[in-house]
Write a protein that binds this ligand. Structure first.
Ligand code: NCD
Length: 301
């Protein structure tokens, strides 16, 4: 039987998402014994730059007692023409049970999971999905508000190229939040409209009516110059600054998956805003990743 993987949040039922958030909360409040994944070998295979996600997976893996190997892409034989399937077969033959992977190509972890006799965790594929980021964002909302159902959450910015947005939309809808996407046509086409999701162009009109605002980075490396808006225009319409912070209702929180571009999607006023939750998000990343590893390897109990 194929082992369970986490490739995107639609691999999980709503109850499983809630269960993983609860497990992460438990690990946060009461650190588990460091042998949850004893003798389980995990390989981190990252083909794209990463500070937060890579480090946080590495810390999480150590905290649950896994044997951890980081395989830098330049050192893997994929560069010599070995196929993904053969790499997967090779790692499994050595006893590797979990591969955590990030790749610039959407769908890469899916292809890996087809051939790997173990668990694959998607740590970000192209513009497609980033399920553990969405889970840590959900944990941040849950911690703040005690629930997710009924929360009004707006995601603003480069939705089109954002794997963070795509996975968050799945998770937020699954848990019953009201989602509004905000951005210009070039970064948020009408086609991204789907059940349970509202599209807005005017950020100022949205600000007073939300519980949480998720800012996204302009993914310059993924955008053709033709659709990249002028950064001045972008800043005028969508950058979170002192004036826009004033427009938020009391108690609204502001989130960002990082890395953020100072002066583009936010000004430094945001760092002094009492509802700025970036550090909590990063910190929750470790517990969520511990919970995902435990859930996949040891089961739902
Ligand atoms: C994001 C990513 O790489 O998908 N960062 C992250 O993992 N926290 C977002 C981004 O690159 O903008």
């Amino acid at each position: 039987m194929r082992e369970r993987s986490l490739l995107d949040l639609d691999d999980l039922t709503s109850a499983e998402i809630t269960g993983i958030l609860e497990r992460a909360r438990r690990f946060h409040d009461d650190p588990p014994p460091r042998n949850l994944l004893r003798d389980v070998c995990v390989v981190n295979l990252f083909f794209e730059a990463s500070t937060r996600t890579f480090t946080s997976f590495a810390i999480a893996e150590q905290r649950v007692g896994a044997d951890v190997v980081a395989l830098p892409p330049g050192s893997s034989s994929l560069g010599k023409g070995e196929t993904i399937a053969d790499t997967a077969i090779t790692l499994a033959a050595m006893g590797v049970r979990v591969i955590v992977t990030r790749h610039p190509e959407s769908g890469f972890p899916y292809r890996l999971a087809e051939s790997f006799a173990g668990h694959v965790i998607n740590a970000g594929d192209g513009r497609h999905a980033h399920p553990t980021q969405a889970l840590l964002d959900l944990l941040t909302l849950q911690t703040e508000f005690g629930k997710i159902a009924g929360l009004r959450v707006a995601l603003v910015g480069d939705i089109l190229h954002s794997r963070v947005a795509r996975s968050n939309i799945l998770g937020l809808i699954a848990l019953g939040a009201e989602v509004t996407l905000v951005g210009p046509h070039t970064l948020l086409p009408e086609a991204m409209q789907r059940d349970g999701v509202r599209i807005a162009r005017d950020l100022d009109a949205v600000l007073p009516h939300i519980d949480a605002l998720m800012l996204l980075r302009i993914q310059r490396e993924r955008i053709a110059a033709a659709v990249l808006p002028s950064l001045d225009d972008y800043a005028r319409n969508y950058r979170l600054d002192a004036r826009r912070l004033e427009a938020l209702a009391p108690g609204t929180i502001v989130m960002h998956p990082g890395p953020y571009n100072r002066g583009v999607e936010l000004t430094e006023d945001v760092f002094a805003f009492p509802g700025w939750r970036y550090a909590q998000q990063v910190s929750h990343g470790v517990f969520v990743r511990m919970a995902v590893l435990d859930f996949l390897v040891n089961g739902a109990a």
